[in-house]
Design a binder for this molecule. Structure first.
Ligand code: ADP
Length: 173
């Protein structure tokens, strides 16, 4: 499996099979990642999501991608920092459950945003540690997955991810 880190918009990853949404409990459009994804997907996504809502922190559900250039959207509800406890476990569950859906659907490429680090207030460095720890835990030889991409909005967030993921990326070379 190839792991990469890119700056950009999670709603504009046309070479990726499944993108991950930093969803809200109602699986509706909103600000940040959820807004970008639902705007690009069109109203059909919210309609499809209705039957799965609400979800709990740490849970993930998979839908079609509608007008997005992908095949699937995996919606994860991250913990609200300082409210949903224990935050590291709930955030790790997002990554674990998303990867479980990736395997179940034999998905070959997936892109994650930095779940919970926007409106939900999770400090980026700590959230990055959680993402890296899940990758170390599940291993990098998942059956179907060939490419895992983290998409960061800002250069400073990208720098943090790069620094923390480099040991793992170098080990895979
Ligand atoms: P949450 O509610 O889980 O905190 P947000 O969408 O508010 O989710 O933010 C999660 C992270 O995604 C933040 O670091 C934010 O800067 C970043 N972000 C916001 N919009 C986008 C986008 N279109 N593509 C990628 N990352 C984004």
């Amino acid at each position: 499996m190839n792991i990469e880190v890119k700056q950009g918009d999670i709603a504009n990853q046309p070479d990726i099979t499944a993108i991950v949404n930093a969803a809200n409990a109602q699986l509706k459009t909103g600000g940040g990642v959820a807004g970008a994804i639902h705007r690009a997907a069109g109203p059909g996504l919210e309609e499809e999501c209705r039957k799965y809502a609400p979800i709990n922190p740490g849970e993930a559900v998979i839908t079609e991608a509608h007008k997005l250039p992908n095949e699937y959207v995996i919606h994860c509800l991250g913990p609200v920092y300082g409210v949903d406890h224990p935050e590291p476990t709930l955030l790790a569950n997002c990554y674990r459950n998303a990867l479980k859906l990736v395997e179940e659907h034999k998905i070959d490429s997936v892109a994650f945003p930095a779940i919970s680090t926007g409106a939900f207030g999770y400090p980026l460095e700590q959230a990055t540690d959680v993402a890296v720890s899940v990758l170390n835990e599940v291993g990098t030889d998942l059956a179907s997955l060939k490419k895992l991409r983290f998409v960061l909005f800002s250069q400073t967030d990208l720098d943090v991810y790069q620094k923390k993921l480099n040991p793992l990326i170098n080990r895979l070379k």
